[in-house]
Design a protein around this ligand. Structure first.
Ligand code: HEM
Length: 399
């Protein structure tokens, strides 16, 4: 399970240029063994079935906060860690259940479907001024999701753009927690929090029909959530609501432009949009991995795991598992039985999955329909992170 080759492969995934194309490395890891041990002791799984098992296992969850003290005694003095580790993404029931319930009704498939006309309008407004050579990320990939989630939360339009950098800086801690990363991530997380505190105070005085006003009402109702929980929830929803979807749009456009037969297929058959988005999510997923801690001694993929050990599920690898997907390295927009791992699973299954899917299903066919001459105008710039995979820039010509 441990070998110098495993160590080298995992190490290459931690930095460019290795992480630019992780897929051949995942494949090699899976060939060596479906479960390998990283140098920091974490178990790494790369098969589809094992990734599913990790997300659903009743004895795998997140480190309870009283145990965090032992692992990282200063965690709650770092705004970047505090804001992440106390969010629903990283906590356990019963708090997870209570907090998730407060927001889940806003993101059901039915509620999200009602946003269809508004999203379609936003897509048209963004495509309209595009001409000549543009950076797809700046012109479309970022503004669409930030405006959709910004409108849902009630973040005033002129304030939204600053969060692109702030959220990117904050979420670096998903990758590595080092003093250098914290030096940038902490002030970013603190800025996001104080902005949201100001907004929540405003909504307390003058409520609107947005999600922050709804959270403020729940807080005032007592017992449902504290002000701290409110701000953490708003920060997570806002960040998760655009960062990953921006990357889905950027990754998808690059995947399509590099597979012109598939691009033409979707242009000719826009009815394939739903299946196409699932395949694009599988082919180059914006969230490549998630991690859990064993609460007890268990077994994963036949390997014993002791209580307290960390397990990392490489969703990006499971999405290319030949045991689950035929010819997994081929982009096949009409692939039948396509169920990507990209939104995780179990109780932490992505809350925003219906929203992300809808945005992409509207945006990608509209982009292809409007610009028949769409082409890459240069090498896309890769964001230097693996957990969150995306591009910082995608130069295209739209004709
Ligand atoms: C393509 C876009 C997206 C991808 C690939 C994605 C992926 C994921 C994944 C893999 C998880 C599970 C993490 C884990 O179990 O450790 C997750 C959780 C979550 N996502 Fe998304 N997400 C996307 C878009 C969104 C959007 C638009 C929202 C907006 C609300 C959102 C909100 C959340 C929240 C709140 C959680 C935590 C849920 C919980 O722990 O109960 N995501 N997402």
């Amino acid at each position: 399970m441990e070998s110098p080759e495993v160590t080298t492969l995992l190490d290459e995934l931690t930095r460019l240029p290795g992480r630019d194309d992780p897929y051949p490395r995942y494949r090699r890891l899976r060939e060596i063994s479906p479960v390998v041990r990283a140098e920091d002791g974490a178990l790494v799984v790369t098969r589809h079935a094992d990734c599913v098992a990790v997300t659903r296992h009743p004895k795998l969850g997140h480190m309870p906060s009283h145990m965090m003290e032992f692992v990282r005694p200063d965690w709650d003095r770092h705004p970047a860690l505090q804001q992440l580790f106390t969010s629903i993404l990283a906590i356990n029931p019963p708090d997870h259940t209570r907090l998730r319930r407060l927001v889940s009704s806003s993101f059901t498939a039915r509620r999200v479907q009602a946003l269809q006309p508004r999203i379609a309008q936003m897509v048209e407004e963004l495509l309209e001024p595009m001409s000549g050579e543009v950076d797809f990320v700046q012109a479309f990939g970022f503004p669409l999701p930030v405006n959709v989630i910004g409108e849902l939360l009630g973040i005033p339009e002129p304030d939204r753009a600053q969060f692109q950098t702030l959220v990117r800086d904050w979420t670096q801690v998903l990758e590595v927690i080092s003093p250098e990363v914290l030096a940038t991530a902490d002030p970013a997380a603190a800025t996001i929090r104080s902005y949201l505190a100001g907004l929540a105070a405003e909504r307390r005085r003058k409520p609107g029909d947005d999600l922050i006003s709804a959270l403020v009402a729940a807080e005032e109702d007592g017992e449902k959530l504290t002000e701290d929980e409110l701000l953490t929830m708003a920060a997570l929803l806002f960040a998760a609501g655009f960062e990953t979807t921006t990357n889905l749009l950027g990754n998808s456009v690059v995947s399509l432009l590099r597979n012109p037969d598939q691009l033409e297929l979707l242009r000719m058959q826009p009815g394939l949009a739903a299946s196409a988005v699932e395949e694009l999510l599988r082919f180059d997923t914006p969230v490549q991995l998630l991690s859990r801690v064993a609460w007890d001694d268990i077994e994963i993929a036949g390997v014993p795991v002791s209580g307290g050990e960390r397990i990392v599920a490489y969703l990006g690898a499971g999405n290319r598992d030949p045991e689950r997907f035929t010819d997994p390295d081929r982009l096949d927009l009409a692939r039948p039985d396509n169920a990507p791992l990209s939104f995780g699973g179990g109780i932490h299954y992505c809350l925003g999955a219906p929203l992300a899917r809808l945005e992409a299903q509207i945006a990608i066919p509209a982009l292809l329909a409007r610009f028949p001459g769409l082409a890459l105008a240069g090498e896309p710039g890769r964001r230097d992170s693996l957990a969150i995979r995306g591009y910082t820039s995608v130069p295209v010509t739209v004709g």
